[in-house]
Design a protein around this ligand. Structure first.
Ligand code: HEM
Ligand code: HEM
Length: 313
């Protein structure tokens, strides 16, 4: 079977499961961000045990409730990922989807190990930053799996007509660029949050990322607005970007300007920084969706002409 003829059957239970995993992962990202914002990264000093035990739940007080709570949710997400990987092997006819299932399992193992290393190595900024980046990559992929398992994706596979998209900076490349721009922001933002980088790169990066995201989403709306998933992702990116910029300013004010002499994390700082991490994750996931939909629905004009000739012949 060549990859273009591999079609999957829509499976509502599997689709619902991918959605549950995506929602749990989003909650896990919020739980992880709460650990960092509450300065609770070393509240549980050992790993893989918690205060010497693999299964006993420690008293959930102070920073421990964030740190151990985060580990417990992470273990649950790990369990769901094992089920997802095995289920995908058994039920999905698309070999690339089955590979993606295994890849998710590998990624969650890497992520758990990085989480353990943050504790073992006492929070070096580069490990915490890698942990933050893999977290959002894993979340974005759970969202993509939900899209790939959806009825709309599966049932349009055979009927899809691609539209021409040419030029050196075509829409497909532009959509990929949005993913890179948000990754750049994630790296600079996490590097700053974990004390390894200055704030300036994140600030300059915000201007560059804003330009790229506005450019891509307006192009998506104005040129390809008739393609529903491209229109939807473009609108979502614009909305999330506005929220993210406002939250960024709020995070800066509460963390750096008003919060620098705080003895312990203030609720306003925790709320704004956690929200900035969470909306950043949603933004990354939507940029991934835009790129995937651009590659699915568009093709170089020359390639399309050749396709049509092949059909006529
Ligand atoms: C699927 C698994 C996991 C996901 C998606 C995840 C996600 C996250 C996220 C998003 C953050 C916040 C990063 C930031 O604010 O910059 C975080 C922080 C953290 N996570 Fe995880 N995590 C996972 C597993 C684990 C595990 C198994 C541990 C084991 C101890 C762990 C320990 C930590 C610690 C200590 C922090 C705070 C790091 C710091 O303040 O520097 N994580 N996690
Ligand atoms: C496209 C726009 C932006 C994106 C995608 C973005 C993304 C992010 C992400 C993902 C993080 C945290 C990474 C992590 O540890 O998990 C972060 C941190 C941060 N960002 Fe942004 N950001 C943007 C714009 C801004 C702007 C405009 C400002 C302020 C003027 C800002 C201020 C901050 C601050 C202060 C932090 C660190 C928070 C802390 O110390 O807890 N961001 N950003």
């Amino acid at each position: 079977m060549s990859s273009s003829t591999q079609t999957a059957q829509y499976n509502p239970a599997y689709h619902r499961f991918t959605l549950i995993l995506a929602i749990c992962t989003f909650l896990l990202i919020i739980a992880g961000a709460l650990v960092t914002s509450n300065d609770a990264g070393l509240a549980v000093p050992d790993w893989p045990t918690s205060f010497g035990s693999l299964y006993r739940i420690p008293p959930m007080v102070g920073g421990i409730k964030y740190e151990h709570g985060h580990r417990m949710i992470a273990e649950f997400v790990g369990l769901l990922t094992i089920i997802l990987a095995v289920w995908t092997q058994r039920k999905d006819a698309r070999s690339w989807m089955r590979k993606l299932g295994w890849f998710m399992l590998l990624l969650v193992i890497i992520q758990g190990t990085l989480g353990g290393l943050t504790v073992k190595m006492r929070l070096p900024w580069y490990i915490s930053t890698a942990h933050a980046m893999v977290a959002q990559t894993f979340f974005s992929l759970t969202i993509l799996m939900t899209v790939f398992a959806s009825r709309r994706w599966i049932e349009t596979t055979r009927t899809l007509t691609r539209q021409p998209d040419s030029g050196s900076l075509n829409f497909r490349n532009l959509a990929l660029l949005t993913v890179l721009a948000v990754y750049m922001q994630l790296f600079f933002g996490a590097g700053f949050r974990h004390g390894g980088l200055h704030f300036l790169p994140h600030l300059i990066g915000a201007c560059i990322a804003t330009l790229i995201l506005v450019w891509a989403s307006f192009t998506g709306l104005l040129r390809f607005g008739a393609i529903k998933p491209i229109r939807g992702a473009s609108i979502a990116i614009l909305g999330l970007l506005v929220i993210q910029l406002l939250l960024g300013v709020a995070a800066y004010m509460t963390r750096v300007v008003w919060g620098k002499d705080a003895v312990q994390p203030r609720p306003s700082m925790v709320a704004t920084t956690v929200a900035h991490v969470a909306v950043g994750a949603l933004l990354l996931a939507h940029c991934f969706m835009l790129a995937v939909q651009a590659y699915r629905n568009l093709a170089p004009a020359a390639g399309l002409a050749a396709d049509q000739k092949a059909v006529v012949a």
